[in-house]
Design a protein around this ligand. Structure first.
Ligand SMILES: [Zn+2]
Length: 153
């Protein structure tokens, strides 16, 4: 043991410790307090996460939203969860305007955001796009006389 310790790079260890101490002093600690710590549960059904817990209701909750897309859906009573998710998605942070918004649609219509959207700030994207090759078949715009057939899947 002693021999191994001698081989270690002590100044480096001290420096690392110092950096750790420094960051402890500079940043607020971040905690997570749980009533029960995560445990690996091998008895969950296969695509489910082993951290889902052993309650069968949890497994159903995980699977149902995917199934609901194909079925008509309002039967399961899982809609409030979906609505909550939608509500959450509406709130966010705009990286263009560098500001938080409460409602996405309203923010997209705000003057600041529209000014950005119409500015030349997307030149960096356009520069990359200009290097790509367009190899799709480009049809002319449909004349109003022709009725466009809508395919529904
Ligand atoms: Zn914005």
């Amino acid at each position: 043991m002693i021999l191994k310790c001698k081989a270690l790079n002590l100044p480096l260890i001290l420096e690392t410790l110092n950096i750790c101490l420094y960051s402890f002093r500079s940043y607020r600690p971040f905690y997570l307090q749980l009533t029960s710590m995560p445990s690996i549960n091998y008895s969950t059904q296969k695509p489910c996460s082993p951290f889902d817990g052993d309650k069968p209701s949890n497994i159903q909750k995980q699977v149902q939203p995917k199934l609901r897309i194909t079925t008509d859906g309002d039967k399961c009573g899982g809609t409030p969860v979906q609505l909550q998710l939608k509500e959450k998605r509406k709130k966010g942070y705009c990286e263009c305007c560098l500001q938080k918004y409460e409602d996405l649609e309203t923010h997209l219509l705000s003057e600041k955001h529209r000014n950005f959207a119409q500015s030349n700030q997307y030149q960096v994207v356009d520069d990359i796009i200009s290097k790509l090759v367009f190899d799709f078949v480009e049809y002319e715009r449909d004349t109003p006389k022709k009725k466009r057939i809508k395919y529904s899947i």
